[in-house]
Write a protein that binds this ligand. Sequence first.
Ligand SMILES: [Zn+2]
Ligand SMILES: [Zn+2]
Length: 365
Amino acid sequence: MKWTGWNRLLKATLLTILIAALFSAAATASNNLTVHFLDVGQGDSELIQFNNKNVLIDGGEQDMGPRVESYLRNHGVSSLDIMVVTHPHSDHVGGLIAVLNDIPVKQVLDIGQAHPSPLYETFLTLINQKNIPYKNPQQGQTIDLDPNLKIEVLNPRATQFTDDLNQNSIVLKVVFNKVSFLLTGDAGFEAENSILAYGYDLKSDILKVGHHGSSSASSPTFLSKVRPAISVIEVGAGNDYGHPAQTTLDALQQIGSKICRTDLNGNIIITTDGVTYSVTTQRQSGNAANISTQPQNPVATSSLGPITFTSRASQQFVGSTKSNKYHYPSCRLAQKIKPANEIWFTSSEDARAQGYVPCEVCNPP
Ligand SMILES: [Zn+2]
Ligand SMILES: [Zn+2]
């Protein structure tokens, strides 16, 4: 197309609208939940911001500390309400040391499993020196950050797995009204099975894929319960472990999940008002074609760099094509429905309109 004055005017107008939208988003940010997935190479780091409260989960390797710290400062974080280390491996705890040194932290959550590494010992010593309250959360507990935010602890179990720190990762489900995030650390099959056995409602809009997309995490049963619309993989380009595994990418694609990756997309930011959410990435990836399928959205163009799209919250109730009952996804009868027979409803009205009646066990509205 020729570069005409009109075209230029149109582009300028679109850009102005975009900038205005960004400013109004910033002005109302305190009413929104924002979850940042930081690009820390081969490692994990997530920042949760809600109602002027900040939670940092993991910090990548030690050399990523300054990057995490400047990211926090650039996003207005002058203190952390909670710092979570999902487990003491260096690609999770390392970068937290610089943050602990320089930014006030009100509480640290850790699995509390002995791990003799100089890095982890430095981390524990710093917490001790600074007298920071330190707790070991367990399956079945909740974390009180804000009355409008539900944070459930899905893992580790009270009796931890002994030989594999990854399986004891702190796993959190963060729910803001209708939108939910499942943050899994390096949890693999054993942890997933323990979480499944506990009977949690795992359905989540956004999944931080376990263990950098390794083939030892994200079992088909687990994914069939989570059914994430968006899957975020925190992984470093050309890492030594072959993460993410092709089998995991295939499994996520099979359940129709859009995949965002820190190695391809850079920092990934998801903001929600509790009903809709939008995903913004630092870069548009070369080959993650499945996340640029929003051609109707003028922001999702390569000229502006990042990818942005919005979606509605997940569906609320589930039934089986073999019966006429609808359930909460957490109902024990719902858990028995074969994935192939599942039918999902956005509301009880939606279910009733399709001829379904409430289950007598879980009693949905
Ligand atoms: Zn890891
Ligand atoms: Zn690990």
